[in-house]
Every structure is written in structure tokens, then in C-alpha cells.
Design a protein around this ligand. Structure first.
Ligand code: GLC
Length: 562
């Protein structure tokens, strides 16, 4: 495996809307981010990934871009961004931009021209097709469903034509078959890399290529109809290689792709070093271990075996071939401590620290979502109107449409909603958690920032932030934590999660009790005499090889074999 900065990096994600509002208008902004850079630096991370900062009408809060080469004014100006870049680099923090290039906003000038002028070259930038007439009724070109519910096709005015949108109807899919579109995208990446950014996170990248000609999905699926025609499409690998050749590989950049349920084979192909497609992709399978069939709103009892499979499988698959990533949270998921059957009232500190050590000491680059380093919990939303994410509303409406009572539908939504991650960051116990000086934030939250916030956490002797610092330091410095092969232990245990990482005579051993009862577990023979590097309790009970793990206790040992 070749060395590269991202391989011993830890990356922090900022959702700019909600991080820090410096001008007290209710929206987070670049000035706010700059004022908190030292907090991020002190955590020990290497780089920051910014969720979109570009111009956007915000139907999907920045993931609908109307100008790829400018900063949205609610966040600041291009000069502010350049200052941010500079301030990050001064602190030796790399900058990763979010790139949403599967679709543009319908407010993008390309789209506006595409639909208003039939002769415009921009028509072929999008996927526009004639609808079908059946018994005098106009139907969409195919039965594909949008990821965000409803048809994936939207009629253009009162014409017979439709455009494809795999997400909101305000997010029109780009036609990647058109070489000009691909060139535009490479130019956009180069524009930002010329400014000095260090890499990109590609939004839903494995939907760029679709199967043509467009046709109905005649499978019996009721959910996500058409996915087989737009996930891991036939030209995906070719498109990525071309994009990399025309942009990424010309710079010292890092690329990570957000994939949408890729097949195991494709997931590996995307990241194989020799393929030169992407440096890494996100693997989310373990995050579905508390829901039914990947549908976040449909809760099921937490399944540790599924969690372990999802966490370890990509580590095994990618080892020696490509790079891996490790994720617990992002702007699309509820808070991790409020999931996985965890009793946050009694074990929030223990569970938050266990999750960090267990997840981030595996093989791959950790991504930490703002506030995760404080063990922030979900928000207590009281009704659907308190939630701003359009997806919460789409799914709520759909459930009601199928006859579910509103109260019950809301309970489902509340479990899996993205809104939990999008409430303002909890800095201190003052109004709005110190996010601003009192202006109503764009997305309100309950008052739990009074109980959990950065100021309070840092003052506590059970600080989640300080524990994260320890894990991050170990992750960046320990050769086995960076390069080691992962070997799983206690494979079939429903309570214990344990693994070793081994590299050139250095062994790391991570073991944890993922339950609220004491559990006894035999440490492997070789761990005796190893150094204990991390423990989220004061000590640990050992009788011979057997350790009696307390609820959510995690231990990390290190040993050198010379
Ligand atoms: C990705 C983003 C998500 C967005 C969607 C459409 O999944 O992470 O926030 O809604 O793509 O762009």
C-alpha cells in the first residue's frame, strides 16, 4: 500500500448551515466556522470536509447547486471562502469540498436554458424524454421511483416531456453520456483545486451512469423501483477513470465517494489503487443494523452481528487492494448514541466512547461528524413541522397517504430523521447553544444543549471530546492502527465486538462490550503483558484471561513482537 496523507488522516465533517452563525441571522456561515477552527484543530483531525457551500436555492439544503463556482451568500463570499482555506491551511488542516455532480438544481442556468429553449445545447445536459400516452393519459417515460419518494420524472411545463430527478424534483439529473457534461465537471474540480482545495467528497457518485434505453423496471419491488438501472451503471468505472485522468490525478488530491448501495464487487473496483477511480468510498452497511432493509425510519432491535458484518467486511475486502473509510454519523443520519439500542440516559459517555474506539481504530480513514465528538444525542422533535428536511416530510406524507395515522407516522420519522444531525451545534448552555446571539436558527432544536455542549464536556472529567482526542492521536500515530490487517474475534458473539490489527510486529487489540449488562470475555493469550492504551472506565476486572467487561466498556491494548 502506498503512503498518502489521507491514509493516516482523520476527517471532520461540517454541515455549514448549523455549525456557527457569526452574524446572527439564523444561518451558520464561514465567519462562524473560522472562529471555531482552533476547536477542530485541537481535536487532532487532519482535514475538514465541508457539506456544500455553493450557491443553492436549498430545496435539499445545498445538495441542489445552482452555481458550482460561487459561494452562497448566506455563508459569505468567495473572499470569505479563500480566507477559510487559508486559515485551515495555516493550521495544517486540509480542505475537502462536497461535489454534487449527479444532478444540478433546477435553478442552475443550464437547466433553465434546457427547458426554455429546445435548440439549446444544454438540453442534452439533462435526461429529458417524451412521456407515454396510455388511454389518453400522459404517463412518465418509465416507472422509476425517486429516492425521495414519488416518480423520478417531472413533467416540463405543459409539454409531453419529462426530466429525470432521482432526488427532489428541484434536483435534475445530469446526462453523463454527454462528453461536454463530463468536461464541465472536470473543469469545476480543477477550478477548486487551483484555488488550493485538497480533495472532494462525491455525492451519490454511483448514480452517474444509467442504463439506456430507459425502460420500466418490471420487478415486483415496491421500494426504489428502477434502482437496477441507475445504481452502479454500465459506464461508472469508465466515467470515474476519465474524471480522475482529467482532474483529480493532476493534483495531489483525495477523493471519497458517497455510494448508494453498491454491489460488493463494484465497491471494490471503485477503490482499487490500480484502477485510479476514487481513493475511497463510504461504507454504511453497519448503520442499517437498527432498521429494516436499509429503511432508516423502520426501527428494529439492534443487531450487533449485522453491525459487525457491515463494519468488518469492507475492511477485509479493501485491505491490500484499496483504501477504506470508517463512519458513524453524517448529515444524513441520526446521532449514533441515540441508536443501536443504547440507553443514553445511563450510558451516553460509555457508549459514545466505545463507538469511537471500536469504529475508528479499524482499517480506514475515520470521518467524524460535527458534534459526534461530544456524544451529542438526538433532538426531541414534537411534531413534523419542527423538521426542515424535505425527506422527513415526503415520507411522512407518504405514510399518511397509505392510511397510517399522523402520530404513528411521526414516530417513525422521528427515529430515522436526518434532522437530528442538522440542529445547531451545541457550543455552550446559552441561548441557541451558543450557535449565535439569539436569532431563531433556520432549524430549531430542543434545549438539550443545556445538558450536553462543548464547554460543559471539556470541563468534565468524563469528556467525550478528550476521549476522541486520544483515539485520534492513536489512530494517526500507531502503525498498526493505520496499516494493520484487521482480524475479527468473538465473531458470533451478540454482545462482544473485538478485533486485532497487526502490522510489522505491532499488534493492537480492541475489545468492547456492546451491551448494558456485565459480560465476561477471554482475552487472547498474546494480549497478556500488552500495554493498555485506552479504557473508558477507571480500571478493569480480570481473573486469568477472563475480563468482566462493564456496560459499554472498551479496552485497547498494544503489543510489540520483536
Ligand atoms: C446524498 C447527500 C444527501 C442528499 C442526496 C442528494 O445522499 O448526502 O444529503 O440529500 O445525496 O443530493
Amino acid at each position: 500500500m502506498k503512503t498518502h496523507w489521507y491514509k493516516n488522516a482523520v476527517i471532520y465533517q461540517i454541515y455549514p448551515f448549523s455549525f456557527m452563525d457569526s452574524n446572527n441571522d439564523g444561518w451558520g456561515d464561514i465567519g462562524g466556522i473560522i472562529s471555531r477552527l482552533d476547536y477542530i484543530k485541537d481535536l487532532g483531525v487532519t482535514a475538514i470536509w465541508f457539506s456544500p457551500l455553493y450557491k443553492s436555492p436549498d430545496c435539499d439544503y445545498g445538495y441542489d447547486i445552482s452555481d458550482y463556482r460561487d459561494i452562497d451568500e448566506k455563508f459569505g463570499t468567495m473572499r470569505d471562502f479563500e480566507r477559510l482555506l487559508d486559515e485551515c491551511h495555516k493550521r495544517e488542516l486540509k480542505v475537502i469540498m462536497d461535489m454534487v455532480i449527479n444532478h444540478t438544481s433546477t435553478e442552475h442556468p443550464w437547466f433553465k436554458e434546457a427547458v426554455s429553449d429546445k435548440n439549446s445545447k444544454y438540453r442534452d445536459y439533462y435526461i429529458i424524454r417524451q412521456g407515454r400516452r396510455e388511454k389518453g393519459k400522459l404517463l412518465p417515460p418509465s416507472n422509476w421511483a425517486s429516492t425521495f419518494t414519488g416518480s423520478a420524472w417531472e413533467r416540463i411545463g405543459d409539454s409531453d416531456e419529462f426530466y429525470l430527478h432521482l432526488f427532489c424534483r428541484e434536483q435534475a439529473d445530469l446526462n453523463w453520456e454527454n462528453p461536454e457534461v463530463r468536461k464541465e465537471m472536470a473543469d469545476i474540480l480543477n477550478f477548486w483545486m487551483d484555488k488550493g482545495v485538497d480533495g472532494f467528497r462525491f455525492d451519490v457518485f454511483n448514480m452517474f451512469s444509467k442504463v439506456y434505453p430507459i425502460r420500466d423496471d418490471d420487478s415486483k419491488k415496491t421500494f426504489q423501483k428502477g434502482a437496477k438501472f441507475f445504481v452502479d451503471g454500465p459506464r461508472m468505472h469508465e466515467f470515474l477513470k476519465e474524471l480522475s485522468g482529467n482532474s483529480l490525478s493532476l493534483y495531489d488530491s483525495f477523493s471519497v465517494g458517497e455510494s448508494f448501495h453498491p454491489s460488493r464487487e463494484n465497491a471494490l473496483e471503485y477503490v482499487k489503487e490500480e484502477n485510479r477511480e476514487l481513493d475511497a468510498i463510504f461504507n454504511f452497511a453497519h448503520l442499517d443494523s437498527d432498521n429494516i432493509g436499509g429503511m432508516k425510519f423502520f426501527r428494529k432491535p439492534f443487531d450487533l452481528l449485522q453491525f459487525k458484518k457491515g463494519l468488518f467486511e469492507p475492511q477485509k475486502d479493501n485491505y491490500g487492494a484499496g483504501w477504506n473509510t470508517l463512519v458513524l454519523e453524517n448529515h444524513d443520519n441520526p446521532r449514533s448514541v441515540s441508536r443501536f439500542g443504547i440507553d443514553t440516559e445511563h450510558f451516553r459517555y460509555e457508549a459514545a466512547t466505545l463507538l469511537a474506539a471500536v469504529c475508528f481504530l479499524g482499517f480506514g480513514t475515520p470521518f467524524i461528524y460535527m458534534g459526534e465528538e461530544l456524544g451529542l444525542t438526538n433532538t426531541r422533535f414534537n411534531n413534523i413541522d419542527e423538521m426542515k428536511d424535505p425527506v422527513s416530510h415526503f415520507v411522512y406524507d407518504l405514510m399518511k397517504h397509505y392510511g397510517m395515522p399522523g402520530g404513528l407516522a411521526f414516530r417513525f420519522i422521528r427515529y430515522g430523521a436526518r434532522d437530528h444531525a442538522r440542529v445547531p451545534m451545541a457550543w455552550d448552555g446559552t441561548v441557541n447553544g451558543g450557535f449565535n446571539n439569539g436569532h431563531e436558527p433556520w432549524q430549531g432544536s430542543d434545549r438539550s444543549y443545556r445538558q450536553i455542549n462543548a464547554e460543559k464536556d471539556l470541563a468534565s472529567d468524563r469528556s467525550v471530546y478528550r476521549f476522541y482526542q486520544k483515539v485520534i492521536r492513536l489512530k494517526k500515530e500507531n502503525e498498526a492502527a493505520i496499516w494493520g490487517r484487521t482480524e475479527e474475534y468473538a465473531h458470533s458473539s451478540k454482545k462482544i465486538i473485538a478485533y486485532s490489527r497487526e502490522y510489522k510486529g505491532e499488534m493492537l487489540f480492541v475489545a468492547a462490550n456492546f451491551s448494558k449488562k456485565n459480560v465476561s470475555f477471554d482475552l487472547p493469550e498474546w494480549v497478556s503483558g500488552a500495554d493498555l492504551l485506552i479504557n473508558n472506565y477507571e480500571g478493569f476486572d480480570k481473573a486469568g484471561k477472563a475480563v468482566s467487561f462493564q456496560p459499554y466498556q472498551v479496552l485497547v491494548f498494544d503489543k510489540r513482537f520483536d
